[in-house]
Ligand binder design. Structure first.
Ligand code: AMP
Ligand code: GLY
Length: 418
């Protein structure tokens, strides 16, 4: 089979890594890919969708796997399907679970999926009045649409909540994505994520993870796309009944509910959870694999991922189960200093391949190749995963590998999984 991966970050490198070893694979392609993916796949330069469709036809691609949320929310899977191309990734309607937080919340209400109380507003005076009339402090203000992970404000005080409302609704900080907002009850507990793959009728579990969202050690500093992760998620792993409960109350209800509402969910499903005193509640859904969660989960996969992806496109996932190496994995994101704010790109990365340590893998997230050297160009640059019999040994391996790699402006958290 000829497989094309859409995307060019660390998540897509991890997907490429898992697919590359498949006995079903004849050739792996990526668009646009990155220098890490280029070691496993032939990278295609497709400046627009017309070029992409032409390449898919010329190359006679058998399966397209879409990594990031933006093309999914924009309906790329539907257009590929309409052109007769097999694709793994949700339709535009199904991707609304991530594309519109109001859609996801209303869907959860309709299907009795546990979640915080929420309310939608498009008018700032009404939203501000709601906050002022509310007896307690502590709300979460969210832009309804996609805002590159920046559209959520966890407000400690009413003043912070009101500022966020004004920024989104009046000052249009996130443009159309913030023209409608949600005000949510702020819930507390430990966060964990659960990942499934679904074929529209049925879902199978891929794994769980906990990511480290804040930029600095000790969970300080601004929110990022994720500075590291551990899998399995300690909060879920310690209590197997919790995972079963999330599966029954959330994943199965999503799959059945989406099918019943005429938008069957096929693709990766990312369930972001808060484990509260009243049980697990949904914080968010994403219509794709997590990043860096894919990099921490997929290296332990022992089953052929490509067979499962193919089964999903044929509504045959009920015949598939994924097996993982026992133990745990830990991933550390190596970023350019300053991320998630402005960064200075361009440092030459050294130590990428030398002293490669067993049970570890370096995924490229924001690199470019220039004159035979690999340059650190992104905010998140490399995602370094180690695995082992337990979290402590996985952590040791991940950091041992991190310590072999360097560039002038490198920054990473020292306390992932500690
Ligand atoms: P999201 O982009 O929806 O994942 O939100 C980013 C982060 O905001 C989450 O990982 C949580 O830490 C926090 N958050 C979102 N919604 C809530 C909520 N209702 N209560 C408490 N924290 C929340
Ligand atoms: N690591 C969070 C995300 O992929 O959205």
């Amino acid at each position: 089979m000829k497989v094309l991966i859409i995307g060019g970050g660390g998540r897509e490198h991890a997907l490429a890594y898992a697919i590359a070893s498949s006995p079903l694979l004849t050739e792996l392609l990526a668009a646009p890919g990155n220098p890490g993916i280029a070691q496993l796949a032939r990278c295609l330069d497709c400046p627009d969708e017309e070029a992409l469709f032409a390449a898919i036809k010329d190359e006679a691609v058998d399966l397209v796997v879409i990594g990031p949320e933006a093309p999914l929310v924009e309906g790329l899977a539907d257009r590929l399907n309409a052109a007769g191309v097999a694709v793994f990734g949700p339709s535009q309607k199904a991707a609304m679970l991530e594309g519109s937080k109001a859609f996801a919340r209303a869907f959860c209400d309709r299907h009795h999926i546990p979640q915080p109380n929420w309310q939608q507003f498009t008018n700032s005076s009404e939203a501000i009045a709601f906050i002022q009339d509310h007896p307690a402090e502590g709300h979460v203000i969210k832009a309804d649409g996609l805002a590159a992970g920046k559209g959520v404000v966890v407000a400690d005080t009413k003043a912070e909540a009101i500022a966020a409302i004004t920024n989104m609704l009046d000052d249009q900080q996130f443009g159309d994505a913030g023209a409608s907002i949600l005000i949510e009850e702020r819930i507390t507990g430990v966060e964990a994520s659960l990942f499934a793959m679904a074929d529209g009728d049925h879902a199978i579990m891929i794994g769980t993870a906990q990511d480290y969202k804040r930029a600095l050690d000790g969970d300080k500093g601004p929110n990022t796309g994720g500075m590291g992760a551990v899998s399995p998620a300690p909060a879920l792993d310690a209590h197997p009944h919790l995972t079963d409960q999330v599966w029954r109350e959330v994943v199965e209800n999503v799959i059945h509910g989406m099918k019943a509402e005429g938008m069957p969910y096929q693709g990766f499903l990312y369930v972001g959870l808060m484990i509260t005193q009243d049980g697990p509640k949904v914080i968010e859904f994403n219509c794709r694999f997590g990043d860096p969660e894919a990099e921490v989960i997929l290296p332990r996969l022992e089953t052929d991922l490509l067979s499962a992806l193919v089964a999903a496109t044929k509504t045959q996932l009920h015949q598939t189960a994924l097996q993982f190496k026992p133990g745990a994995a830990v991933t550390v994101v190596m970023a350019n200093g300053g991320y998630p704010g402005p960064i200075t790109p361009g440092g030459v990365i050294t130590g990428l391949t030398e002293d490669a340590i067993s049970n570890s893998m370096v995924f490229h997230a924001g690199t470019q190749r220039s004159d035979g050297e690999i340059i650190a160009t992104g905010g998140r640059v490399l995602v370094v995963t180690g695995w082992g019999e337990d979290q402590a040994s996985a952590r040791q391996t991940a950091y041992a590998r991190v310590n072999t790699i360097n560039w002038p402006n490198v920054y990473y958290r020292k306390d992932i999984a500690s």
